[in-house]
Design a protein. Structure first.
Length: 156
């Protein structure tokens, strides 16, 4: 079985023609993509993506700074609140549990306790600063309870 030289040359010529056509089509597609055709060129698209990436990087940096500031403010804000009602003057029976102690504390336990002592003839309101769950001023049992409950809700 021998293949004649004419068939071999014809077959190779056919393959060369097919490859040449394929090469021309690929060249046209690549040229169209690089020069832009109806849309942006590849180079313009890459530049646009680079600008958007820089913009997003700047935005991310700004958001990180903003969130750090918010986080600092959040740690100082009131996060735990508790109110304990009690009867200040036992035995009198007038007014019920109208007296109260309310604590407003941050995550660290800093804040204030506001107390109100109620009787028929007198209402007294007191405020005591709280740092890390304790006060420089003596706290009543009800005020201590209010601070403890407020710290529990702040750390929940």
């Amino acid at each position: 079985m021998t293949i004649s030289l004419e068939y071999l040359i014809g077959g190779l010529l056919f393959v060369v023609v097919i490859l040449a056509i394929w090469n021309i089509l690929l060249d046209r597609r690549i040229s169209k993509m690089l020069r832009g055709g109806k849309t942006q060129s590849l180079e313009e698209t890459i530049r646009s993506l680079e600008r958007e990436t820089k913009s997003l990087t700047a935005f991310r940096s700004e958001m990180e700074k903003y969130l750090a500031t918010v986080e600092k403010r959040l740690h100082r804000s009131v996060q735990g609140v508790s109110t304990v009602r009690f009867q200040a003057f036992r035995g009198i029976g007038d007014g019920g549990n109208q007296s109260f102690a309310s604590a407003f504390v941050s995550e660290k336990g800093d804040g204030v306790v506001i107390s109100s002592i109620y009787s028929r003839d007198l209402v007294g309101i007191y405020a005591k600063p709280v740092e890390n769950g304790v006060s420089r001023f003596e706290l009543t049992q009800e005020e201590k309870e209010a601070v403890t409950k407020a710290r529990e809700t702040a750390n929940a």
